[in-house]
Structure formats: structure tokens, C-alpha cells
Write a protein that binds this ligand. Sequence first.
Ligand code: PMP
Length: 388
Amino acid sequence: MNYNDILSKKAQDIKPSGIRKFFDIAAGVPDIISLSVGEPDFKTPWAIRREAIRILEKGKTTYTGNSGLAPLRNAASEYFKRTIDTDYEPDTEVVVTVGGSEAIDIAIRALVNPGDEVIIPEPCFVSYSPIVELTGGIPRVAETRMKDSFKLNPDILKPLITPNTKALILNFPNNPTGAVMRRHELEAIAELLRGTDIIVISDEIYSELTYGVPHVSIAQLDGMRERTIVVNGFSKAFAMTGWRLGFVAAPEPIAEQILKIHQYAIMCSPTVSQYAAITALNDCIAEVREMAEEYDMRRRLVLKSLEEIGLDCFTPEGAFYVFPSIKQTGLTSQEFCTRLIKEKSVAVVPGDAFGECGEGYVRISYAYSIKHLTTAIKRIGEFLEEII
Ligand code: PMP
């Protein structure tokens, strides 16, 4: 049987994630120190785990309504009001999803017709382009640059807008660069979009992790709520990656389509996780703050250590990644990372996994203990001394 002839052409055309590839290589190396995974090293706060245990003991293990438990949608709506000062009707404008991942998928699928263009600032999280392609859309890359602090600006965006532009994806705080866009910078983007039919998908999964700067959503700027889909989730802020829970908020006509796709693809998000997430949103903001403070401490330590070993690095203001340039080594990102694993047993992710313009950089996650980070950066320093 020739599977190539049978399988979906679109599925075959998309590339596997470059992060997973390195993660898998690293998994086979003994005593490897990995800084490659974008996942909190904290345990989910105890109050959330305790609530999940209680719910399991009560045997609440059936489906929920498609859009999610009402108290969770209410809590999500209050959360949006509190954090981004934007009102969403819990019954018709909020859908509880299987992580931010599903929220991104169904938001794109609700919008994109074959041939529609979606503008994606890169370097960026790995899922946006493949999902746009699977939907029949055309990703249009907006290259952000270190000299612009990896932020999107009108000069980069404007030339990419065409009559076929359906959507713009924004992800600030950003994975992999850690860039955070300020209100006036988002305002300049909004200025270009008002009066058009372009919809923004704003992936704000790292919104709780900003350091000394506020998180602002483009949805909260004048005239933008009606043209924005906000994606958020529990994985990063609440250290709940394995619970697979996120949420999406959008104006009712968009949310209605999103819900239909969710209904057929997923039915409902995991029930125990949903109950536990009510506790997360209502009672665990203090724990989120504590984890954010710890990340900030690590961020400063990592930046200082990278400076000491001579790696040029943009100062990230959010998420839990640094994205240093390795151009001075003369190696490509792939070569650098492959040799670093082989020669020093340290795994970081090549920047080109996040788009071609990530070439010349590597992503280091600092969601690891100080001890782990210090040892890994010391080894990176030794590696640099040996190769430069
Ligand atoms: N968006 C971004 C920018 C991410 O980095 C991630 C996870 N790495 C996600 C969405 C998806 O997270 P989850 O599905 O666990 O909520």
C-alpha cells in the first residue's frame, strides 16, 4: 500500500515540530541537562489538586456542557474583566477548551477559508502556521527583529496586509523571545486594523508572566474587542500543562462558530480539570504571583550569566524564555544545538524551530531550578570557549 497516495496531502506537507525533535534527541542522552521544554517546573498549586481529588471522590466524571461548566465560564469572564478590562458574556462568548492549543486550532478553523491569508509574526510558537495550512489558509510571515525588541510594528505589518488578509495572530508575551508589547505599541497595530475586516487572534497564554511591565491585550483598545479573539489557558500561569485546559473569548458570532467546531471535535474539555480550574481562577492568584516572582529571579540570573559568558541577548520582559544570539559562533542554530548536546550534554532549542528568522538564535527556557540553570549555562560557557 502506498500511504503517500492515500494520506492527506496537507497533513503530509506540514513539518513535525522542531522542538519535539530536539526534545527526543535529548531524551536519548544520559545525564542530559535540558532547558528545552516550555513547561513550568512547579507542581500545580495544592488547592487545585485537592479540588480535583474531591471532585473525583464525588464521582463527577461525566461530560459537561459543550462550552464548559457554567461556574468556570463565569470565572473566566470575571478574569478577563479583572485582567484585561474587557467584558465577555459567559454564556455566549466564552468556550472552555483543551488547552490554549485547541483554542488556537478552533479559532483559526472558525475564520479561515481556503486561500485566506493569515499574518503571523515570527519567531513564534510552532502551531500557528501548520494549523493555518491544514485549514487551507496561507501563512504570511511578519519577521520581528532583535533590533526592534522582537515586537511587531506598523512598518513590518502594513506591507503584508492585502485584500485576502483574514487574520493576524499576536502572541505577547512571546514564545520564544519573551517580548512584551506595550499599550502604545499595540495601539499602533490597532490603528492599522480598525475599519478593516481583519480579525486578531491574540494568544495571551503568558499574560500572567510579565516582569515589571503590565500585560495589555489588544482586545481592550478602542474598537478592538469586536475584531479580536482572545486565547488563554491554565498551563503556564497555574503550572497545569497536563490538565489540558484553556479558554477562548470572542464576540458572539465568532464564539458560536468556535463552539460548533469544539462540539464536534472534542465534545467537552476534561471534566475534573474544569472543576479544578474554577479553584485556580478564584483562589490561586497568590500562587501565580509567587511563581512569577521566582521566574523573574531566574530570568535576571540567566541574563547575567549569559552576559558573563559573552552571549548577546535581548532582555525579555515576559514568558519564561531567553533568546540569545549565537551568530558570533559561526554555527547555524541546528549545528550549535546538536554539538551542545553531544559535547556538553545540554539541550536548548534551535531558533529556526520558531520560523526561519529565528536562525542564529537559540531558545533557552528558564522554567528550571537555579541549580539546573547554573550548571547548564556554565557548560554553555565552556562550549563557547572551546569553539570560538
Ligand atoms: N501558545 C503558546 C505561545 C505556547 O507557548 C503554548 C505552549 N507551549 C501554547 C499556546 C499551548 O499551551 P497549552 O495547550 O498547554 O495551553
